[in-house]
Design a protein around this ligand. Structure first.
Ligand SMILES: Nc1nc2c(ncn2[C@@H]2O[C@H](COP(=O)(O)OP(=O)(O)OP(=O)(O)O)[C@@H](O)[C@H]2O)c(=O)[nH]1
Ligand SMILES: [Mg+2]
Length: 574
């Protein structure tokens, strides 16, 4: 029985759980996830771990793209976690990479989130990767918020974009904010509802003027707007929504009024239950880059986003967050976040109970006996930075230092008590392969450490060639960029230069069954037989056809798309 089930502890557990909001930002590459993440921190008044990130003036660059490679390339290659407080809520924000080559990381990170914010580039609409990620969220039934970004650039008509969401994704939307102008004339957003939550009320007179904003104020706003446009500048978004809309001229004002009328009569009704079920997406407009529409989004989001809910166990039972016994699962591992130390952090999503520093727990994994583990040195995360914490609550994501005991997908549960396991995390089957050779044989040791650690992170999968041990391993990845990241990180984090030689295989299968003989299988087919990190046999095929042919001849064996002990959802989701 957990130590913490006195009435006071239970009441605190309930209060702390209700304060948590844990969400991931998802979209096609380049829609602005990392930019929005940074602006949310800034506008959320994030208390920086080291002390500040204060006012907008004294801006210190916080970034979730902390890896050198991400800065060089301008893309996110790994997901990151940032925690901050806003309006009494403790927010765990998960910024994910958009590129499909990193989607295994993105999918796992989504498993740790209770809601998703889906970014749409206002000029591009619903893009391919957004569609896939949306479907993952849909299957999990988590609430999905839409943020139409880059409104400061010429883009598509807002109503048309919402229509596209419905047509392409099959989700209805309810606009919570509405843009005033767009492109160079983007003058902010107006908020459509008061008292967001179960009983939100539509505001009346959405584009009204504030007291004191009379004819003279309108004339001054118009003149400022025209001057700025004349100088080719973006115009400032000051004053009430009404004043800003009027500065755009009577025609624009009339068309925005008409859009808002149309929404009132033709749009979906606000329905909080449907939002929580993931059936209705609250929609927002803004520009992360120019920081417009961010405050309105954040204020509405903390009111609308769900608190941590129950989670499913492999036994089919559910675990309520308010259960006093701590439990959580590892969804990500990251090595070398601090280049000065060879450290390895496991990211744990807390699912139930009160976590305390130094707690004794059990490590539960599908294919092995539960092991005792002490959870020393838990950290709160802020991109690449972190501080030691004393406690955490359901919804929180914590970083645990670990020397190699923990694996992605492991469940941790407070000891003593029965072992439990959270439902499996998605695993993708590798589709591209390369043979790795060391450039400098003397660097063998660093190279081996690097490969082990980056393999544990899931940057790539490492396979041993038969009879060669650790020499010239075969790497498997879902996308080519993963191989590039591996090569870069081996060189920069482990000082080991390598040569990668692409191989012609496209399908990997873990083979199980009586009498499987790798050598004979290779002579019989043109597969290459290798071993995974646990010594399990894996056959690499040049095509699905070759796999089907071999599987047809050997019905006594089973061919799994991912390591069988943790298999199930192993296919790459197209
Ligand atoms: N004009 C404009 N540019 C933006 C806006 N938001 C982001 N950008 C730019 O779009 C580019 C991509 O932004 P990121 O925030 O890195 O995009 P991302 O979605 O995190 O990309 P990945 O993580 O690689 O998938 C950068 O050059 C940003 O400066 C915006 O609101 N307006
Ligand atoms: Mg990014």
């Amino acid at each position: 029985m957990a130590a913490s089930d006195s009435p006071e502890s239970l009441a605190q557990l309930r209060i702390e759980t209700a304060r948590r909001r844990t969400f991931a930002i998802i979209s096609h590459p380049d829609a602005g996830k990392t930019t929005l993440t940074e602006k949310l921190l800034l506008h959320g008044g994030a208390i920086h771990l080291a002390g500040e990130v204060k006012a907008r003036g004294a801006r210190r660059h916080v970034t979730s793209d902390w890896m050198e490679l991400e800065r060089q390339r301008g893309i996110s290659v790994t997901s990151s976690v940032l925690q901050f407080q806003h309006a009494g809520c403790a927010i765990n924000l998960l910024d994910t990479p958009g590129h499909q080559d990193f989607s295994e990381d993105t999918y796992r990170t989504l498993a740790a989130a209770d809601a998703a914010v889906m970014l749409i580039d206002s000029a591009k609409g619903v893009e391919a990767q957004t569609k896939k990620l949306f479907q993952v969220c849909r299957r999990r039934g988590i609430p999905i918020f839409t943020f139409v970004n880059k409104m400061d650039r010429p883009g598509r008509d807002p109503l048309e974009l919402l229509h596209e969401l419905e047509e392409v994704l099959g989700i209805r939307t309810v606009p919570i904010t509405w843009p005033i102008g767009s492109g160079a004339e983007f003058k902010g957003v107006c908020s459509i509802f008061d008292d967001l939550g179960p009983h939100a009320k539509r505001r009346t007179n959405l584009l009204g003027l504030d007291p004191g904003e009379d004819g003279a104020a309108i004339a001054a706003a118009k003149a400022a707007h025209e001057d700025a446009i004349g100088r080719g500048e973006r115009t400032p978004a000051n004053g009430s929504p009404g004043l800003r809309a009027r500065a755009l001229g009577e025609n624009r004002f009339a068309s925005i009024t008409a859009e808002l009328d149309l929404l009132e009569h033709a749009g979906d009704e606000y329905d909080y239950d449907r939002v929580l079920k993931g059936e209705l997406s609250p929609a927002f407009f803004g520009s992360a880059w120019t920081e417009v529409g961010i405050d309105e989004f954040l204020d509405a989001f903390v009111k609308l986003a769900p608190t941590p809910g129950p989670r499913t166990l492999t036994s089919g039972e559910t675990m309520e967050p308010e259960t006093p016994r701590f439990s959580g699962f590892v969804f990500k591992i990251q090595a070398n976040m601090d280049p000065a130390h060879r450290d390895r952090l496991s990211f744990v999503r807390v699912c139930s109970g009160h976590f305390t520093r130094g707690m004794d727990a059990r490590l539960c994994r599908a294919d092995s006996e539960p092991k005792p583990i002490r959870l020393a040195m838990p950290h709160q995360l802020f991109g690449a930075e972190r501080v030691v914490i004393e406690e955490a609550w359901p919804g929180d994501v914590i970083g645990l230092f670990d020397t190699g005991n923990l694996r992605i997908g492991d469940t941790l549960v407070e000891a003593p008590g029965p072992a439990i396991e959270y439902a499996e995390l998605p695993r993708f089957s590798p589709e591209i392969f390369a043979r790795l050779r060391a450039k400098d044989a003397l660097k063998r040791k660093q190279l081996q450490t690097g490969l082990t650690q980056l393999g544990e992170e899931g940057v790539i999968q490492v396979f041993a060639q038969r009879g060669l041990g650790e020499k010239d391993p075969i790497l498997g990845a879902v996308g080519a960029l993963q191989l590039e990241v591996l090569q870069y990180r081996l060189e920069h984090e482990y000082r080991a230069e390598v040569i990668l030689e692409r191989l012609p295989y496209t399908v990997a299968r873990w083979v199980r069954g009586p009498g499987f003989d790798s050598q004979q299988f290779e002579t019989e087919t043109d597969a290459l037989c290798v071993e995974d990190r646990d010594g399990q046999p894996v056959a690499l095929f040049k095509s699905e056809w070759n796999l089907n042919y071999a599987a047809g001849k050997h019905s006594e064996w089973q061919f799994f798309a991912a390591a069988p002990a943790v298999v199930a959802t192993g296919k790459k989701k197209k």
